[in-house]
Design a protein around this ligand. Structure first.
Ligand code: HEC
Ligand code: HEC
Ligand code: HEC
Ligand code: HEC
Ligand code: HEC
Ligand code: HEC
Length: 440
C-alpha cells in the first residue's frame, strides 16, 4: 500500500526530504554554531545596554547618597539585589518611607541601622528602570584573563550573569544533540517508508552560499533575524540620542515647582527674571527665596503621603534653606554662616550651540511651557523636551514669526514676505535654519 505518493500525507515527508537534502549534518553544525555565537554577542550587548542605562539612572538619582563599594549617606549598593527579594526592592526604592510607616520589619531594620535617615522616594522609576539600576550595581567588569590561580573568587553576585551564559550554552548543546537525533530518526522513518532522501548525485557539494540561496526557509530565517537585530540596534541608538530627555536629578533642597508655580501661583519670572532680558534664564539666588521664607518657616499645604511628601518632610526642606543661608529662626537674624546650595543643572545644550531665552520668550512670545512642559505640575523638575537639533528645527519650520506690534521685524518682514510671496513667515524662512544662527 503506497498512499504517500498520492495523498496529501506525503507533503510533510517531501518537505523534510527537501530540507535534509539541502542541509547535511556538518552544515547544520556550522549553522547552529554561528547562530549561537551571534546570539551570545547579542546577549552581551543587550546586557551592556542595561548596565549603561542603569549607570545613568544611578548617577542621576542615587549617587548623591550611595556609592557602589563604600558606605555614604546610605549603604554601599554593590550586590544589593542578592540581599533582598526583587519585589521588596521595587517598593523600597519607589517609596521606602511608606514601607517603614506600614511596619515592614525589613524596612524598619535598615532604616534604624542608618539612624532613621529617610531615603528619597522615586515613584517615577519603573520596575524596568530599577532592574537597570540593579544591573549596574551588580555589574562586575570582565576580569582580566590571567588571574592568579590561588585567588579566592570574588563573592559578588556578578557571577549570576556568567551562570546565565553557561546555562544558555548547555541549552544550545542539548538542542544540537537533539536535532541530530531527530534527523537520524527521521532518516530512518523515511527509509522505512520508502522515501528516497539520499542525494541523487553525490559528486561535489555546492558551496554553502548556494545551499542557503536555494533554501527559501533559511533565507526567510536570516532576513527575519537580520531585521530584528538591526531594529534593536537602531532603537538603542535613537534612545541614546535623546537620553537626557526626562533627566530628573535629585536636588540638594527638594524645591517643588508644583507647590510654588502651581498651588501658590508664583510667576516664573519672579524667580527666573532674566529669561525675558538675557540669553540665560538663571536660577534664583537664595536671597530671593528668603523674601518669602523669612515668614514661611513651616509647610501647611497639601500633602502627598503616598509618595512620602508629608508636611514634616516639606518643613524639613525649608529648614535646609535656613541652614544654607544661615538664618537663625529664634533671633530672626542672619548668622553669616553661609553654605551655598549647588543646584544640579538639568537643561544643558552643548557649548557649540547658541540659544537665547530673550529671543524666544520676549521677541518670539513663546510660553515657557511650550519648551519646558507643564512646570506648574512638576513636583520634581525634569527635562521635558529632547533639546536635539531636530527639535529646534522642527519648531522653526512650523512656527510663524509674530510680527504684529513687533517693530524689530516690521521692515524685514515686509521685504521677506514679498520675496516668498506669503502673508506669514515661518522662522525658517526668516533664516532660522542657517547653521550659523545656532552654531558658533
Ligand atoms: C537622600 C539620600 C538617598 C538617595 C538619593 C537614595 N538613597 Fe537609598 N538609601 C538611603 C539611606 C539613608 C538608606 C538606609 C536606609 C534608610 O535609612 O532609610 C538607603 C537604603 C537603600 C537601600 C537598602 C540597602 C541595604 O543594603 O539595606 C537600597 C536598595 C537603596 N537605598 C537604593 C537606592 C536607589 C536605587 C536609589 C536611587 C534610585 C537611592 N537608593 C537613592 C539614602 C538615599
Ligand atoms: C519661587 C521660585 C521659582 C519659581 C516661581 C519658578 N522657578 Fe523654576 N526653578 C527654581 C529653582 C530654585 C530651580 C532649581 C531647582 C530645580 O531644578 O528644581 C528652578 C529650575 C527650573 C528649571 C530647570 C533649570 C535647569 O537646571 O535646567 C526650569 C526649566 C524652570 N525652573 C522653569 C520654570 C518655569 C517655567 C516657571 C513658571 C511656571 C518656574 N520655573 C517658576 C525656582 C523657581
Ligand atoms: C513668592 C514667595 C516664595 C518664594 C520667592 C519662595 N517660596 Fe518657597 N514657598 C512659598 C510658599 C507659599 C510655600 C508653601 C507654604 C505652605 O503651603 O504652607 C513654599 C514652600 C516651600 C518649601 C516646601 C515645599 C517644597 O517646595 O518642597 C520649600 C522647600 C521652599 N518653599 C523652598 C524655597 C526655595 C529654595 C526658594 C528659592 C528658590 C523659595 N522657596 C522661594 C513661597 C515662596
Ligand atoms: C524655545 C524654547 C524655550 C522657551 C520658550 C523657554 N526655554 Fe528655558 N531653556 C530652553 C533651552 C533650550 C535651555 C537650555 C539652555 C542652555 O543649555 O544653554 C533652557 C534652559 C532654561 C533654564 C536653565 C538655566 C539656563 O538659562 O540655562 C531655566 C531656569 C529656564 N530655561 C527657564 C525658562 C523660563 C522661566 C521660561 C519662560 C519665561 C523659559 N525657560 C522658556 C528652552 C526654552
Ligand atoms: C517652540 C518653538 C521653538 C523652539 C523649540 C526653538 N525655537 Fe528658536 N525660534 C523660535 C521662534 C518663534 C523664533 C523667532 C523669534 C523672533 O521673532 O525673533 C526663533 C528664533 C531663533 C533664533 C534667531 C533666528 C534668526 O533668524 O534670527 C535662533 C538662533 C534660535 N531660534 C535658536 C534656537 C535653538 C538653538 C533652539 C533649540 C535649542 C531653538 N531655537 C528652539 C521658535 C523656537
Ligand atoms: C535652530 C538651531 C540649529 C540650526 C539652524 C542648526 N543646528 Fe546643528 N545643532 C543644534 C543643536 C541644539 C544641537 C545639539 C543637539 C544635541 O545636543 O543633541 C546641534 C548639533 C549639531 C551637530 C552635532 C551633532 C551631534 O549629534 O552632536 C552638528 C554636526 C550640527 N549641529 C551641524 C549643523 C549644520 C551643518 C547646520 C546647518 C545646516 C545646523 N547644525 C543648523 C541646533 C541647530
Amino acid at each position: 500500500m503506497d498512499f504517500r505518493k498520492d495523498t496529501l500525507l506525503s507533503l510533510p515527508f517531501k518537505l523534510i526530504e527537501v530540507f535534509f537534502r539541502n542541509l547535511s549534518s556538518s552544515r547544520l553544525t556550522v549553522l547552529l554554531t554561528s547562530a549561537f555565537t551571534l546570539f551570545s554577542i547579542f546577549f552581551l550587548f543587550a546586557q551592556e545596554a542595561d548596565v549603561q542605562a542603569g549607570k545613568k539612572l544611578f548617577n542621576a538619582n542615587c549617587a548623591s547618597c550611595h556609592k557602589l563599594n563604600k558606605k555614604a549617606v546610605g549603604p554601599a549598593l554593590k550586590g544589593v539585589s542578592a540581599k533582598y527579594d526583587r519585589e521588596w526592592l521595587y517598593s523600597w526604592i519607589k517609596n521606602s518611607s511608606a514601607m517603614i510607616k506600614d511596619g515592614d520589619p525589613q524596612a524598619i531594620a535598615v532604616w534604624e541601622e542608618y539612624n532613621k535617615v529617610a531615603m528619597n522616594a522615586f515613584p517615577m522609576l519603573s520596575n524596568a528602570d530599577i532592574d537597570n539600576i540593579l544591573a549596574y550595581s551588580d555589574y562586575t567588569p570582565p576580569a582580566p584573563v590571567a588571574v592568579a590561580s590561588n585567588q579566592q573568587p570574588a563573592s559578588s553576585s556578578g557571577t549570576s550573569n556568567d551562570l546565565i551564559l553557561v546555562a544558555l550554552t548547555l541549552v544550545f548543546i542539548i538542542l544540537v544533540v537533539m536535532l541530530f537525533l531527530v534527523q537520524k530518526t527521521l532518516k530512518r522513518i523515511a527509509f522505512a517508508s520508502g522515501v528516497d532522501i539520499s542525494p541523487t548525485v553525490k559528486e561535489k557539494r555546492p558551496p554553502l552560499w548556494q545551499v542557503v540561496a536555494k533554501n527559501h526557509f533559511l533565507i526567510f530565517l536570516l532576513v527575519v533575524g537580520f531585521l530584528l537585530s538591526s531594529a534593536y540596534f537602531v532603537y538603542g541608538f535613537l534612545m541614546q540620542v535623546g537620553i537626557d530627555q526626562g533627566y530628573m536629578p535629585v536636588q540638594p533642597i527638594h524645591y517643588s515647582h508644583k507647590i510654588h508655580a502651581g498651588a501658590n501661583q508664583i510667576e516664573c519670572k519672579y524667580c527666573h527674571s532674566s529669561a525675558r532680558v538675557s540669553k540665560h534664564s538663571g536660577i534664583p539666588s537664595l536671597n530671593v527665596c528668603m523674601n518669602c521664607h523669612k515668614n514661611i518657616a513651616e509647610y501647611n499645604g497639601e500633602e502627598d503621603i503616598e509618595n512620602g511628601y508629608t508636611k514634616e518632610f516639606y518643613t524639613k526642606e525649608i529648614k535646609k534653606l535656613y541652614d544654607a543661608v544661615g538664618w537663625d529662626e529664634d533671633n530672626q537674624a542672619y548668622t553669616g554662616n553661609i553654605k551655598p546650595v549647588k543646584w544640579v543643572r538639568i537643561h544643558n545644550l552643548p557649548d557649540f550651540v547658541y540659544f537665547n531665552h530673550a529671543q524666544h520668550v520676549q521677541v518670539g512670545d513663546i510660553e515657557c511651557q511650550t519648551c519646558h512642559g507643564p512646570v506648574e505640575e512638576m513636583e520634581v523638575m525634569y527635562q521635558y523636551s529632547s533639546l536635539t537639533m531636530g527639535w529646534c528645527i522642527n519648531c522653526h519650520r512650523e512656527t510663524n514669526v509674530k510680527v504684529k506690534d513687533n517693530e524689530y521685524y516690521a521692515k524685514i518682514h515686509e521685504e521677506l514676505s514679498k520675496k516668498y510671496g506669503v502673508e506669514k513667515l515661518t522662522v525658517a524662512q526668516m533664516g532660522g535654519l542657517e547653521c550659523g544662527k545656532c552654531h558658533y
